[in-house]
Write a new protein. Sequence first.
Length: 276
Amino acid sequence: MKIKSRLSKLNHKFRFYKKSKKVSKEFFKNSIKENAVPWIEIKSVFQKLQPMKTEYDLIRMGSDFDGGYLLPDDLQNLEASFSPGVNEEIGFDLEISKICNRCYLADASVDEPAGLTPNMNFLKKFIGNDQDPDFIKFEEWVNNNEPQSNNLILQMDIEGAEYDILSRVPNGILEKFRIILIEFHDLNKIFNREYFEKFKHTFENLEKSHTICHLHCNNSAPYILFDDTVIAPVFELTYLRNDRINSKVEKAILPHKLDQANCRKIPDPQTPNFWQ
C-alpha cells in the first residue's frame, strides 16, 4: 500500500514539472469537443461554490500538508465519523477518533491500516453504486452502522467517485452529517457535458442541507488556465449543516491562514477571483 501511495505522489510531481502549472493548448483540444459545456455555464456553477463565514472559527485537523483539513470548531457531541477512501496517512482519522465514539473507514484497494484505535472499524469495500461484491452503497454503509444518529462527520477522498455517489444519495442521508469534508477531483473533465451534469447535481444536492464554510485549491495536479482563470483540478470543500448556522452574511476570506500546500515543494495555486 505504501509503495502504491508513494508512486502515485511521485507521478503527480512528475506531471507537474513536465507539464508546468498551466495546462497546454493540447489539453483543451482533447477536452473541448462537440457539444462541450460553454465556459460561462461552468463559471456560473463555480461562482455558487462560495464559502461563507459562520460563527465558528476554523481549526485544522490531521497531518501537515496533505492529509490535513480545515473544519468548523463545532465538534461537541459528535458521535461517529465516516471516512471512505483510505491512505497510508490516517492522521485525520486518528485525531477525530479522540472526539467521536466510533469511526468507520472503508476502501477495497488497501488492507486494514496499522495503528487503528479500538473505536475504529475498517471495511474492505469500495463505496459506490456498482452492483459488485466489492462495493457497498454509501447510504447502506451509513445506515448499517449509525441508523439513528444525526451527529456525524464525513471525510471523503475517493478519487473521482464522489460525483456518482453524492449526486444521487438521498438528502436524508446527507442530513445525518453535521460536517462534511470532501476532496473533489477531475475538474479537467468539466467541459464534458455528462461529467458537468454530475458535477452540478452533486453541489445542488449538497447545498440543500449544507453551507460551504471553506475551500482550498489542492496543488497535487497540473492547474487549468482558461479565460485568465487558474483552476486546480483537485480542490477541497468543507460543509456545515445549515441548522448549525445562525449567521452567514459574510463571504469567507481565502486563502485561510491555516491552509497548507498539499505538496510542500510546489506553491498553491492562486484562488480564483470568484472564490476570493
